[in-house]
Design a protein around this ligand. Structure first.
Ligand code: ZN
Ligand code: ZN
Ligand code: ZN
Length: 378
């Protein structure tokens, strides 16, 4: 792994970012939008590489439209930092000073009666300010208007996601060697975080260690519970490597598992496999959810699978598309998302298995490839 850690992918160029902007402007036009307005957050990172260090009440907004060159509106004091981002270097930048009205800086860039897609991370404060300064303008949720904007990954993005997945896999193999029994969940969580960093992650987003009854709460992170012999332990961890996300879950047992833990684990393993097997171009997001869910329901645990089957991943660890009943979005080669069914038995234990997969030209490839069987730890 040492060589792998040192090899960094070539950074995205300003031309890469421009190509993304052009794609967004074209799809916005096809949706009848006058343009899109992007606030700090994953959309802005994807379109420019710009990640303001502090997001405050001061307006930062990227304006993309067919009428004009991409323009980033920033507070005067942020201008210098913004211009250093690769995707900002070759676009127009306008700034507004404290004690002036930021919405008046944006207004001349917009059509007074236009309809704009606006990123979901835009503060209500700013949306209301825009509506005040251009009363005839209208706004639509960008995620609803352009759900595919970041969902289909290019080859350079897929390479990063595969590398992040491989680093998460190394983390799992290594954590099987650490002691569990007699240590707190937070101790194992700290091991997971250190391993993710050792294998190349620059950011750790979550390190879930759900032992025994805590595993039955899918959003339990890690607490002071002391892990015991016989516990099932849900391990769900991930973060960013070279700007792209990892997210994998395995469930292990401390010592010899009971027959029930084995059985429940095997049902989840089969459900996860069925979900992955349902992934192919033209199938829909909900087809994948249904395939995984059917296995768990038929085994009699339908009520115990209390969340959607998965979520997209890219410059963030949770993003569209969502693998959920009601999501009819067809799968397209290049999409990346998790397949992560689980069974949660309140007060007792939980089991979840999660891989990131990508849709290929003919089917599916997993970006996580550690063993799916019940891991045994000491
Ligand atoms: Zn996860
Ligand atoms: Zn996940
Ligand atoms: Zn999650």
């Amino acid at each position: 792994m040492a060589a792998d850690r040192l090899e960094r992918p070539a950074p995205f160029t300003s031309e890469d970012y421009r190509a993304r902007s052009r794609r967004v402007v074209d799809s916005a036009a096809a949706q009848g939008l006058s343009g899109v307005l992007i606030s700090p957050g994953p959309d802005l990172v994807w379109l420019t590489g710009y990640r303001p260090t502090a997001v405050t009440e001061r307006l930062t907004l990227l304006v993309l439209s067919q009428d004009r060159e991409p323009t980033l509106v920033v507070p005067t004091l942020e201008r210098h930092d913004a211009e250093r981002a690769e995707g900002v270097k070759k676009i127009q930048v306008t700034d507004w000073a404290d004690a002036t009205d930021p919405y008046r800086a944006v207004a001349p860039l917009l059509r007074p009666d236009g309809t704009y897609g606006i990123s979901d991370s835009t503060w209500a404060l700013h949306l209301l300010g825009l509506q005040d300064s251009l009363p005839k303008s209208r706004y639509r949720s960008l995620t609803k208007a352009l759900p595919m904007m970041r969902a289909v990954k290019g080859p350079d993005e897929l390479a990063r996601l595969a590398s992040a997945g491989a680093a998460a896999d190394e983390t799992y193999r290594a954590v099987l060697e650490v002691p569990f029994a007699g240590r707190q969940e937070t101790d194992v969580a700290a091991d997971l975080a250190a391993l993710l960093r050792r294998f190349g992650h620059e950011q750790v987003d979550f390190t879930v260690v759900g032992s025994g009854p805590n595993g039955a709460n899918p959003h339990h992170e890690a607490g002071d519970r002391v892990i015991r012999e016989g516990d099932a332990v849900v391990l769900d961890f991930g973060g960013l490597k070279d700007g792209y996300g990892s997210d994998t879950t395995r469930t292990v047992c401390v010592g010899e598992p009971t027959a029930e833990i084995r059985d429940v684990h095997e049902i989840v393993r089969q459900a996860q496999q069925a979900g992955v097997d349902a992934v192919r171009p033209g199938a829909t997001c909900q087809d994948v959810d249904r395939a995984a869910r059917a296995v768990i329901r038929e085994a009699g645990y339908g009520e115990a699978f209390i969340h959607r089957t998965g979520h997209g991943i890219g410059v963030t660890t949770h993003e569209p598309p969502y693998i959920v009943e009601g999501e009819g979005q067809p799968l397209v080669p290049g999409m990346c998302f998790s397949v992560e069914p689980g069974i949660y038995l309140e007060g007792r234990f939980g089991v979840r298995i999660e891989d990131i997969v990508t849709v290929t030209g003919s089917g599916v490839a997993r970006l996580n490839n550690t063993q799916h069987g019940l891991g045994i730890v000491a």
